[in-house]
Design a protein around this ligand. Structure first.
Ligand SMILES: NC(=O)c1ccc[n+]([C@@H]2O[C@H](COP(=O)([O-])OP(=O)(O)OC[C@H]3O[C@@H](n4cnc5c(N)ncnc54)[C@H](O)[C@@H]3O)[C@@H](O)[C@H]2O)c1
Length: 335
């Protein structure tokens, strides 16, 4: 399965939203890529090249089969369940996939000669911020099972390094957003829970309206502020983290965001400008567990690896998302 060129990288969840952008970036740099995905939530069409193995993280047999043939040096681990609300209603689903299945993957890495893992973590491991912007040293106190399961993932990685020398890089993204600027990839989740695609689907007429949860926060317009980071900038951060691990860099954790807060109402107003459509929205009560502001401090990533997001303002991010969605109003499957 391996070809010539760069190191071999297995990407779990490479058919999903962020993973597929990372696969594209890796292929562009000449890495040998194996996407490992069950397709439970991802899309085969989103995997633009390299090798593909339709497999479940729950199956140690499938993992061993994929790894013993492909022999990855590094694994990028994107595969997970990632809906906060669902994790509260059905925590077992999250502990099973994000904890047990991640443990399966790590044991398979240990036994198949993998040198390092790059792990998709999240701002949700921090819980309610006690200081802003959120640095890597911020206390980790998740307030929902999704955040808990991702924090356990981080801790398993730490313990696997101590016990077996498996290295890791933890990348904690804030709100991933946008789409491949070349128009090949975009965000297609079902159900969709992320604000930008919901707003754009409303602009397309695929939804009646979008809900704004909370209008009385202590922010400039009363709605929540979030840090939107472009999915291609995240893919680039993964490639930098990969190269650093291959060059012998030590295990570490980095927060990834634009270090800018954009409010829910600002997203809607910007989307109205870009799409030229009025976006109907309902002003609703606050949702329990939503902090007023979540903004990353990404200075560590910038200083250590020279990462600088190319898409810094919400207009640029929304434009790429809109270009993809307008061309794929029904997502990947129903063009
Ligand atoms: N989207 C965000 O804003 C965001 C923010 C912070 C962190 N993250 C993390 O980034 C990662 C990727 O997020 P995404 O939005 O691309 O998710 P996604 O749902 O689009 O992609 C996840 C992919 O993993 C696959 N998968 C899930 N469980 C699997 C299993 N047991 N075996 C094999 N494949 C499996 C799915 O089929 C899917 O293709 C997740 O780990 C998520 O927690 C996402």
């Amino acid at each position: 399965m391996t070809g010539s060129g760069g190191a071999s990288v297995m990407v779990s969840g490479g058919a999903g939203y962020i993973g597929s952008h990372a696969v594209k970036g890796l292929l562009g740099r000449g890495y040998n890529v194996l996407t490992y995905d069950s397709l439970a939530e991802g899309h085969r069409q989103a995997v633009l090249g390299g090798d593909f193995f339709q497999g479940e993280l729950a199956s140690r047999e499938q993992l061993d089969q994929a790894m013993s043939t492909f022999r990855p040096k590094i694994v990028m681990h994107f595969a997970a369940h990632c809906y906060v609300g669902e994790s509260v209603e059905d925590p077992g689903k999250y502990y099973r996939n994000n904890v047990s299945n991640t443990l399966n993957l790590l044991e398979a890495c240990r036994d198949n000669g993998v040198e390092g893992v790059i792990f998709s973590s999240t701002a949700a491991v921090f819980g309610n911020p006690v200081s802003l912007p959120i640095e890597e040293t911020h206390p980790q106190a998740p307030i929902n099972p999704y955040g808990e399961t991702k924090l356990i993932g981080e801790r398993m990685l730490r313990d696997f390094e101590t016990a077996y020398g498996l290295k890791h890089t933890v990348l904690r993204y804030f709100n991933a957003a946008g789409a491949d600027p070349e128009g090949q990839l975009g965000e297609d989740h079902d159900p969709e829970t992320h604000l930008l695609p919901l707003v754009l689907k409303t602009a397309l007429g695929k939804r009646d309206s979008v809900q704004v949860f909370g209008t009385d926060y202590d922010t400039r317009d009363g709605s929540c502020l979030r840090d939107y980071v472009h999915v291609t900038d995240l893919a680039e951060a993964h490639i930098m983290a990969l190269q650093r691990l291959l060059d012998g860099g030590a295990s570490d954790s980095f927060n990834l965001g634009n270090s800018l807060g954009t409010s829910v109402l600002e997203v809607i107003q910007t989307a109205e400008r870009i799409t030229g459509k009025k976006i109907k929205h309902q002003l609703c009560d606050r949702r329990p567990g939503d902090p007023a502001v979540l903004v990353a401090d990404s200075a560590k990533m910038e200083k250590s690896l020279g990462w600088k997001p190319k898409y810094q303002d919400i207009e640029a991010i929304l434009t790429t998302a809109w270009d993809w969605m307008a061309a794929h109003p029904d997502g990947y499957n129903k063009r």
